[in-house]
Write a protein that binds this ligand. Structure first.
Ligand code: 8YV
Length: 322
């Protein structure tokens, strides 16, 4: 039964997810997902992985009894899912339970970027309100803006629903139009950027999206342009973005994600018109607990009846077949 299955936890895992894995399984911890750290016991016994770290093909190949990888996070670019799927190993992720939190944070980041709220608070805390007077009137506002959503999946739609309450026009780009949506669709990112002044990206990291938000996109967005990213940092050419913020090609950016986290390029850190967050879009106890439950529930279901709740697209039929 599932209580005897052996689950490997490489590196840090959300504490709630970790506790649930420890309760339900034989849990083995290792510092990193590094084949050099795998003992003979791990190679002989591990049947599942619960992780929020990179799991590459070599690590998968080093565990001959591996049957499931439960990824903590909806974005599963850190896991070589195609390789896992080719070996009949199921990969799961944590969609839906974080949609509202990430969408809430995206709106917060948008408003912070436009209305400079973190800087206004710093002004107050530094005693400058009393000493020098009110914080400046912000040159940017959400009023009279038009929004383009890049990546109209579950989270993109949750952001769009919130923005309707702000009475701003919304358009989008996605791999394909969604017939259920009334918002105008643009079939390229540059086209969308040219039609709006505010771009909110929720793009996942794939081979196709690598550094796809580049100088041409920022030029199309224009000097009033604001770029918000709560997807993946690798979808942005960060050098192009820093240049575009520095030379006025666009007005401002709000970023929750970076290509080489937790390292943020100096060129972005030095810019006054970049509002930067340390990848916190889903980072509330409430939402991370729900994500942790989904990681544990996927493992439990798999080792109980061979099914999983939320397989990644590459693994749909493996999950249903079992
Ligand atoms: C998490 C995320 O920060 O779900 C995702 O794809 O990026 C975030 O919710 C991340 O997965 C935690 O490692």
């Amino acid at each position: 039964m599932h209580s005897r299955a052996v689950i490997l936890v490489p590196g840090r895992l959300n504490p709630h997810a970790h506790a649930r894995v420890r309760d339900a399984f034989d849990c083995i911890d290792t510092a990193r997902a590094d084949t050099a750290l795998l003992t003979d016991e791990m190679r002989a016994r591990v049947q599942g992985i619960a992780a929020m770290t990179r799991i590459d093909a070599a690590f998968i190949d080093a565990l001959p009894h591996l049957r499931i990888i439960a990824n903590f996070g909806v974005g599963y670019d850190a896991v070589d899912a195609a390789h896992a799927a080719s070996k009949g190993i199921v990969v799961t992720h944590t969609p839906d339970v974080l949609n509202d939190e990430v969408a809430d944070t995206a709106i917060g980041l948008l408003l912070n970027t436009l209305r400079e709220l973190p800087k206004a608070e710093a002004w107050l805390r530094a005693g400058r309100w009393a000493a020098e007077g009110p914080y400046r009137l912000t040159p940017l506002s959400l009023r009279r803006r038009s929004i383009g959503i890049l990546g109209m999946g579950r989270i993109g739609k949750a952001i769009a629903r919130r923005l309707e309450g702000f009475c701003v026009p919304i358009a989008y780009h996605n791999r394909r139009p969604d017939p259920a949506l009334a918002y105008p669709y643009h079939d390229s990112i540059v086209d969308l950027a040219g039609a709006v002044d505010t771009l909110i990206s929720v793009l996942p990291a794939t081979a196709e999206t690598l550094r796809i938000c580049d100088r041409a996109v920022f030029e199309a967005l224009g000097p009033r342009g604001v770029f918000i990213n709560v997807g993946r940092g690798s979808t942005v050419n960060e050098a192009d973005l820093a240049l575009s913020l520095a030379d006025g090609t666009i007005a401002a950016a709000g970023l929750d994600v970076f290509e080489d986290e937790p390292h943020v390029p100096r060129a972005l850190l030095d810019l006054p018109n970049a509002c930067l967050l340390p990848h916190v879009a889903s980072a509330s106890i409430d939402t991370r607990t729900a994500m942790g439950d989904l990681v544990a529930d996927n493992l439990t279901r798999y080792f109980t009846d061979g099914r999983v709740l939320t397989p990644v697209p590459e693994c749909q039929h493996f999950a249903l077949r079992a």
